[in-house]
Design a protein around this ligand. Sequence first.
Ligand code: NCD
Length: 318
Amino acid sequence: MVFRQKHLLGIEQLHPEEITALLDLADQYVDLNRRDVKHSEALRGLTQINMFFENSTRTQASFEIAGKRLGADVMNMAMQASSIKKGETLIDTAMTLNAMHPDLLVVRHPHSGAVDLLAQKVNCAVLNAGDGKHEHPTQALLDALTIRRSKGRLHRLNIAICGDVTHSRVARSNMILLGKMENRVRLVGPPTLMPSQVDQLGVEVYDDMAEGIKDADVVMMLRLQKERMDGGFIPSEREYYHRYGLDAEKLAHAKDDAIVMHPGPMNRGVEIDGELADDINRSVIQDQVEMGVAVRMAAMDLLARNLREARQNQPVEV
Ligand code: NCD
């Protein structure tokens, strides 16, 4: 099989062929999800535990639906970010869960690297549902599937990622994925919201929206992550919207058939105009949600195949 990963921790670890294989399988799951009867047996008998140490609605629901449609036994652990501390406590939680023999662990955590650490301690497949400002691989994969289905290809496209790049794991995973698939990626936003070593990322950087989205095939907006800011990043939301909020007027600089994306949740009237977000001729935001379920089904299916194979090849103890 092309897809060789034991875990899905980041896009960084994936080979372009693995990305393509995963998206091809996800296409099949899109078809399944559009039928009346949406069940498959791919994860039958397996236990999936969702551990979200940070608030989430769509990602957690998406993973839960994905697991259920594949026939897994799915459990959501209610993790209060405040009751769990970094380091040993996280590992202790992981070890306790590990003793219950889960097969798939879906983890979101506010600290970059926490999910990788956890993966080293457990005997099951771990999926990163977002770790700090580091990676959010299933988001980048669902964005890639949305782009590929809408544009008919996933290479040689002009893609502008706009807004609060510095706080965004979505931007990071997307930059890596889109770069691997040989697209031209531009980052657009105020210098205060750009990562410090942005010049080393192999992307073009703009602080003017009109220039940055000129001739873009895809305009990807990011949420202004107020909860990760400690003040001083933007003068005011009004001013930010004026310069960087996407509306029909600014979008006119992109290609005529450019699509508009947003990972959600959206701040309408801050980074995007509400009417544009709802315009089904331009916005693929609802498609992204649909693709999310299919991509997560594909990811869990592929990881479960590798898990079963690894277990079969384990020497029998006598
Ligand atoms: C993103 C996240 O959590 O990183 N949202 C999501 O997965 N639905 C983006 C964001 O919070 O802005």
